[in-house]
Design a protein around this ligand. Structure first.
Ligand SMILES: Cc1cc2nc3c(=O)[nH]c(=O)nc-3n(C[C@H](O)[C@H](O)[C@H](O)COP(=O)(O)OP(=O)(O)OC[C@H]3O[C@@H](n4cnc5c(N)ncnc54)[C@H](O)[C@@H]3O)c2cc1C
Ligand code: SF4
Length: 332
């Protein structure tokens, strides 16, 4: 444990997000750049609990108190090694994970939780900036060939792990680019696509092969896949939206979120939108649903220049707490 009294001396603090008035004019990330001195002070707040509930809170089982301590000791490289021992893509989770670890943080019982997600993002961004986030190429290769169908976070994580185990991995993606919803769902203001490209380039150097514009079951038959590979892993996600079958559902101007969000990601990437274009510009917009997807629709509508945006949510309105751990919920 770095500083036994850190949690008593230091409040939760994060670098300020970009000014809402400015950020609605672009699709750059809402968060400001990391600030190492802030990260180090935040890491000092970790109490190194006897039973660290954050381990269980994190779906990846990240070893959080240990990397917090390494950051506090300014041993960033060690923090990076600890972090990547459980997390393939800290640069994604450090930006868009809802951070259940912070909801499990013991300090959160009577003070704002340790800023775990921000510390995680700082560790990986520093590793890339300082050049030690390098390809991890397996020293021994098996003779097994594995096809991964789908290149969203599940396909990418599976491909990375299978590659580290020495297998020959090819990822097939039906879209024109790799990333699944990281690419064509989550807006750039939450996850800049350069962050995704940086990771894909690293994976290519590690030996993972990627093939885009391949729709398994259509342009590439399952029989062919089974013939060419020893194992096939299905990571196709879901493209079936949850409908709301109520009167008026079929009226003009009612869309699924993905009809709206995907095309904006295409525009930001400088690509043509080949379906009916949906713009919120000058419109009174109602977003039904207050989760990540809903908040992405709010943020995108604001950037389009909507006349008004109203969000409807079945649950209670979240409390307005400056230091609230969960990200991506309010005010993008
Ligand atoms: C708008 C939006 C915002 C979100 N925000 C967040 C957030 O802030 N935080 C968070 O934790 N989660 C968020 N999520 C949820 C998160 O994006 C998903 O849980 C995650 O992407 C699922 O990963 P996946 O790999 O299973 O599927 P996907 O990301 O959907 O990837 C599946 C991929 O498989 C491909 N595929 C499917 N069938 C085939 C085939 N036959 N051949 C070839 N390729 C195929 C698809 O084209 C796709 O690229 C958000 C989701 C949406 C829609
Ligand atoms: S932010 Fe998400 S991935 Fe990162 S430690 Fe917390 S729960 Fe785990």
């Amino acid at each position: 444990m770095g500083k036994p009294t850190g949690f008593l001396e230091q409040d939760r603090e994060l670098p300020k997000k970009r000014d809402p008035k400015k950020r609605i004019n672009d699709y750059n990330e809402v968060d400001s750049a990391i600030d190492e001195s802030i990260t180090q002070k935040q890491a000092a707040r970790c109490m190194d609990c006897g039973i660290p509930f954050c381990h269980q809170g994190c779906p990846l089982g990240n070893i959080i108190p240990e990397f917090n301590d390494a950051v506090y000791q300014e041993n960033w490289k060690l923090a990076y090694e600890i972090l990547i021992s459980t997390n393939n893509f800290p640069e994604f989770t450090g930006r868009i994970c809802p951070a259940p670890c912070e909801a499990s943080c013991v300090l959160g019982i009577n003070k704002p939780a340790v800023a775990i997600e921000y510390i995680e993002k700082s560790i990986i961004e520093k590793a890339f900036a300082d050049g030690y986030a390098t390809p991890r190429i397996p020293s021994v290769r098996s003779d097994k060939k594995i096809a991964v169908v789908g290149s969203g976070p599940s396909g990418l994580a599976a491909a990375a792990q299978l590659n580290y185990a020495g297998h020959h991995v090819t990822v097939f993606e039906r879209a024109d680019e790799i990333g699944g919803l990281l690419r064509y769902g989550i807006p750039d203001f939450k996850l800049d696509k350069q962050i995704l490209d940086r990771r894909i380039n690293l994976m290519i150097k590690e030996g993972v092969k990627f093939q885009t514009n391949v729709n398994v079951g259509e342009t590439l038959s399952v029989d062919q896949l089974k013939e060419d590979f020893d194992a096939v892993l299905l990571c196709g996600g879901s493209t079936i939206p949850r409908d709301l079958p109520i009167p008026g559902r079929n009226l003009k101007g009612v869309y699924f979120a993905m009809d709206f969000l995907t095309q904006q990601n295409l525009r930001v990437a400088g690509k043509k939108v080949q379906i009916e274009e949906v713009w919120a510009t000058g419109k009174n917009v109602v977003v039904i649903g207050g989760g990540d997807t809903g908040s992405d629709c709010v943020g995108t509508s604001n950037r389009h220049g909507a006349k008004s945006v109203t969000q409807i949510e079945i649950l209670n309105k979240p409390q307005k707490i400056e230091t609230k751990p969960c990200r991506g919920q309010v005010g993008q």
